[in-house]
Design a protein around this ligand. Structure first.
Ligand code: NAP
Length: 251
């Protein structure tokens, strides 16, 4: 019987996971293994997915399920538990489901290679969903002051209307974790005062389809340093699969 891996999220039209893994399995001679997309419309369909797909042993998790999937899991790797979001689920030999978060590793490598070691400004994180949790965790671990920006009111967040000259000069690293600009709505972008961007700013977009989003294009026009989302996908952890470690870079 084929081993089955896959991706849950909704919708999945933006994702190239299936193509990536299918080519990877072929190129590396990994046989009897397939990768399927499971665009489930509600996260509570996850248990029946595992019941119906007996050969399913691993899932990647994407927008919008990285946080809401947690109640359906039996155990979490420590870093995933700390941030409250997963992007990978492993069905263990005893049938239990364990969650991991390899976004932490992928984004950490991206950030470490992108900003200079002397960078001392703060990080502005756009959006407060599942991916933002890993971004927040990594920035904080690197000692960067962090400020989240949200459409919702909250104690620790500011709104897009608060992004004035003072905020934009205090926080010179800006990370888009919202889906604004993602395929097929590629003309959208987060509501920033783009005219306040300077060559001192560093922009990262987690969106990888398209590679060059409107957010990054606006920054590039103003001389910002920019980093495309697909870069977060291309770093592989050294330590694979053990409990408490990130098992594999995924998207
Ligand atoms: N390149 C990579 O390796 C990588 C890894 C992980 C994720 N991603 C990408 O990151 C993006 C977010 O994924 P996710 O799993 O974090 O999704 P998510 O859990 O749905 O969170 C997205 C957040 O974006 C904000 N948002 C949503 N719609 C918005 C809108 N119309 N206007 C303004 N803000 C909006 C919301 O925050 P507020 O409610 O606080 O405004 C929401 O919580 C996706 O594009 C995903 O593909 C890429």
């Amino acid at each position: 019987m084929k081993r089955v891996f896959g991706l849950i999220g909704f919708p999945l039209s933006h994702s190239f996971s299936r193509k990536y893994f299918t080519e990877k399995f072929a190129n590396e001679g990994i046989e009897d293994t397939v990768y399927e997309n499971y665009p489930i419309e509600q996260v509570d369909l996850l248990p029946s997915l595992f019941t119906n797909e007996g050969a399913l042993i691993g899932l990647n998790v994407t927008i919008p399920y990285k946080e809401v999937v947690l109640p359906f899991l039996d155990a979490l790797a420590p870093d995933a538990a700390e941030i409250g979001a997963v992007n990978t689920i492993k069905r263990c030999a005893d049938g239990s489901l364990m969650g991991f978060n390899s976004d932490i590793y992928g984004f950490g490598e991206t950030l470490r290679r992108f900003v200079p070691s002397t960078f001392s400004s703060g990080a502005l994180i756009l959006g407060t969903g599942g991916a933002s949790k890993a971004v927040n965790y990594v920035c904080s671990k690197m000692g960067l002051p962090v400020q989240s920006v949200s459409r919702k009111d909250g104690d620790s967040v500011i709104s897009y209307n608060d992004l004035d000259v003072a905020v934009m000069s205090e926080f010179r690293l800006i990370i888009n974790t919202t889906p604004l600009g993602m395929h097929p709505d590629i003309h959208q972008s987060p509501g920033l005062p783009y005219e306040l961007l300077t060559p001192e700013h560093y922009l990262i977009d987690l969106i990888y389809n398209p590679a060059m989003t409107r957010f990054l294009t606006e920054g590039e026009h103003r001389g910002c340093m920019i980093k495309m989302g697909w870069k977060c996908l291309s770093y592989k952890p050294r330590n694979l699969g053990k409990s408490g470690t990130t098992p594999r870079v995924s998207f």
